[in-house]
Ligand binder design. Structure first.
Ligand code: GRF
Length: 197
């Protein structure tokens, strides 16, 4: 059975989609650990309810004593490596991973981003897409899953799909539609990534 480590920073609705897919056999894999850089987030409760080991590994203690970011990435990589993942899925993980981390897992880290390839890299992508729509610059947005490289929300695309924006949509309407699309695409893309050579 393929081994997944899922990394989160918040509510974990995409983690839940992966948990459900593994439980129903839609995904031929098991989630062997969930990592969060934030304590007390709901995603950790989802892991607990599914009986999945969860690790909370915040960056702040490193910052507080002036240790470099590379130390955090190095220690995080060691902790993740201990679970022997075939694939690492960033599902709402909000810290940028440097080569210090990525070099431990060549071509084994994928990330979910709520926009189309090359669009709205970074945070608040749905809000920024909605604002661009209101300015008449775009008429749709999308979701993508890509292999992770040091550049934010870049890297070879594994799967992407467009998401419509309707004239009478509120931001909340768009957010709901994008998140629903994410929950489907993260499962499909994880399957494709596990099948890739
Ligand atoms: C998702 O929209 C993801 O694309 C973004 O952060 C959000 C995480 O949502 N990077 P959740 O924690 O999976 O509900």
């Amino acid at each position: 059975m393929k081994r997944l480590v899922v990394m989160i920073s918040g509510g974990g609705s995409n983690l839940q989609a992966l948990i459900d897919a593994c439980q129903t056999g839609t995904l031929d894999a098991e989630i062997v650990a969930v990592f969060s850089n934030r304590a007390g987030v709901y995603g950790l409760e989802r892991a607990g309810q599914a009986g999945i080991p969860a690790v909370t590994f915040p960056l702040a203690p490193y910052r507080q004593v002036g240790r470099p970011r590379s130390d955090y990435d190095q220690d995080l990589a060691k902790l993740v490596a201990a679970f022997e993942p075939d694939l690492i899925v960033l599902a709402g993980w909000m810290l940028i991973l440097s080569p210090v981390f990525l070099n431990h897992f060549p071509q084994r880290v994928i990330n979910l981003h709520p926009a189309l390839p090359g669009q709205f890299p970074g945070t608040d992508a749905i809000d920024r897409a909605f604002a661009a729509f209101q300015r008449g610059e775009i008429d749709h947005t999308g979701v993508m899953v890509h292999w992770v490289i040091p550049e934010v929300d870049a890297g070879d695309v594994i799967a992407s799909t467009a998401v419509a924006i309707n004239a009478h949509d509120s931001l909340a309407d768009l957010q709901a539609r994008v998140h629903a699309t994410e929950h489907r695409l993260i499962v499909e893309a994880t399957h494709l990534a596990l099948a890739s050579p």
